[in-house]
Design a protein around this ligand. Structure first.
Ligand SMILES: [Zn+2]
Length: 218
């Protein structure tokens, strides 16, 4: 519970950074016309009335996924090739399928949904990446999932739980799509790490590196 103020502060810092960056981007008439090669949709899982998994000390999954996604967004701003769009910028709810349909409408090049895991046993930990059950091992979505899994595992040193198939809302995506489970909110060690800015930042860097590698190899 005593960690809550720290988390709130962390989120506030991220929001201030976003505000400053937005201002600096919009300031000045000599800013270059925005151009990018790839439109990437990043989905901070859950939000609003849907907290996602509940972990140690009441830790809510939705409060882990948002700062990580915001960091991916901020870190992407100095890459002229990428335009990152978040499916939510705040603690707000929308249907997962609506998020995918919005990405389809935008004509996004890829879709990454960020989540955190939970299990009945506190000893279970690690990172896994999910693709929709209809995706074959040779599909672009599976390849994207492999990239995400490799990068997040090597950046965090977390247990490698591999790429898995599941019946998922991202099955509606018209672009390569994967869902990364960044750790277990029910594992005491990972619950603590997932709330730290430095660990969230490592995960965000890894997600961005995986996206860049995937797009480069296409
Ligand atoms: Zn989730």
């Amino acid at each position: 519970m005593e960690r809550r103020p720290l988390r709130v502060t962390a989120i506030s810092i991220v929001l201030v950074v976003i505000a400053v960056l937005s201002l600096s981007l919009s300031a000045g008439g000599d800013a270059p016309t925005p151009s990018y090669h790839y439109l990437v949709v990043i989905d901070p899982g859950h939000g609003g009335k849907d907290p996602g998994a509940i972990g140690i000390g009441g830790l809510k999954e939705k409060n882990i996924t948002l700062p990580i996604a915001q960091m991916v967004y901020i870190k992407s701003l100095n890459d002229p090739q990428l335009r990152v769009v978040l499916t939510r910028r705040d603690d707000e709810y929308s249907y997962p399928t609506d998020r995918i349909l919005a990405a389809n409408k935008l004509g996004a090049d890829l879709y990454v949904s960020i989540h955190a895991n939970a299990f009945s046993s506190a000893s279970v930990s690690g990172v896994e990446t999910l693709v929709n059950e209809t995706q074959s091992e040779s599909s672009a979505s599976y390849h994207l999932a492999e990239m995400l899994q490799q990068h997040v595992v090597s950046a965090t040193g977390a247990v490698d739980r591999g790429v898995k198939w599941a019946p998922l809302f991202i099955g509606r995506a018209k672009m390569p799509a994967a869902l990364v489970e960044t750790g277990f909110v029910t594992n005491p060690y990972e619950a603590r790490l997932l709330q730290s800015i430095s660990y969230q930042s490592k995960i965000a860097d890894a997600i961005l590196a995986a996206i860049r590698k995937f797009l480069k190899e296409r």
